[in-house]
Design a binder for this molecule. Structure first.
Ligand SMILES: [Cu+2]
Length: 318
């Protein structure tokens, strides 16, 4: 009687654990398809998570081995760990913040871990406790429940604490309705236009058409960071900033996705202001710096940091 009960509960836990793994795969696949595939490295990791979770779920169901269950439990914890790291420090230039999908995935990962850890640690009916896995023997029986429950509670507490600390996308709608001289649209992790021309002190609206939050911030060079910044713009919302009063070329980026970059050209930076801009650029970016190189590579010729006249003069009179 006891044996039949235990066998039944193990089957229920195994199916539940596999189902929860598939659920985490589905969330990652959905996020991948709705935008995360645009993120370098993270996009591939999401796809990899989806494939691995699905294969592990199949292995747990088909092989019924405790090793597969242990691998599934470990993988669920590892996925949670990756999420927490991206919340705390950012991963591969990507910083996650509080989203419903993230919280739901985190809770499901803890549940998948709990179910599969019990399957991995409890000997099947008739199986000797020490079979194949010596350390499992010491953990079988009531200790299993305490261990798994304890770890799950700790994981949930860390998740709750991290999510509470991480910023939620702020609503910036309060500033809407004011006249904007320029609209920059963010879509598919790109600023459009990536090179925007405005008058000094102009008001710029930034529309976020992605399904997750972005910022448009001056930088990443410390010399210009803080010159302008929309703050966090939630999905489908708009943010605003005021262009610098001084003519020049100002790089900007997204604080959550550092690969998202663009340039704000303030004033008539292509003709009269060219020498001024060149000195400004030189001041911001020491010659030979990474960003100076990036700027020269990215900007069209007419926005080159070196004034055209100077270049031709140098060529005519070597
Ligand atoms: Cu972004």
């Amino acid at each position: 009687m006891m044996r039949a009960q235990r066998r039944e509960s193990l089957v229920v836990l195994r199916v539940a654990g596999a189902g929860l793994l598939v659920a985490t795969a589905a969330i990652h696949l959905d996020l991948y398809l709705t935008g995360y595939r645009q993120i370098p490295v993270i996009g591939w990791l999401f796809l990899l998570q989806c494939i691995a979770a699905f294969l592990l779920a199949l292995a747990v169901l088909i092989s019924r081995s405790r090793l597969a269950a242990a691998a599934g439990a470990g993988f669920a914890l590892a996925t949670l760990g990756g999420y927490l790291l991206s919340l705390w420090f950012g991963l591969f230039g990507f910083t996650e913040h509080r989203t419903t999908a993230g919280i739901v995935a985190g809770v499901i990962e803890v549940a998948a871990f709990a179910a599969l850890a019990v399957v991995a640690l409890l000997p099947a009916p008739g199986e000797p406790a020490a079979a194949a896995v010596p350390w499992a023997a010491a953990l079988s029986g009531p200790r299993t429940w305490w261990l798994v429950t304890g770890l799950s509670v700790v994981a949930l507490a860390v998740l709750a604490g991290s999510v509470a600390q991480a910023g939620a996308p702020a609503a910036t709608g309060g500033q809407q309705g004011q006249h904007a001289a320029l609209i920059i649209v963010i879509k598919n992790f790109r600023f459009m236009p990536a090179q925007a021309h405005v008058k000094p002190g102009a008001r710029v609206e930034v529309k976020n058409e992605d399904s997750l939050a972005h910022t448009l911030s001056a930088g990443p060079s410390a010399a210009i960071s803080g010159l302008f910044n929309t703050g966090t713009i939630g999905a489908g919302q708009a943010g605003f900033f005021t262009a610098p009063a001084k003519a020049g070329t100002y790089p900007f980026f997204c604080k959550f996705h550092h690969f998202m970059t663009g340039t704000l050209v303030v004033g008539n930076a292509s003709a009269a202001a060219a020498p001024a801009r060149a000195s400004l650029t030189a001041g911001i970016f020491p010659p030979g710096s990474r960003y100076a190189a990036a700027m020269c590579g990215r900007l069209p010729r007419r926005h080159s940091a070196v004034p055209a006249r100077l270049t031709t003069a140098a060529w005519r009179h070597p």
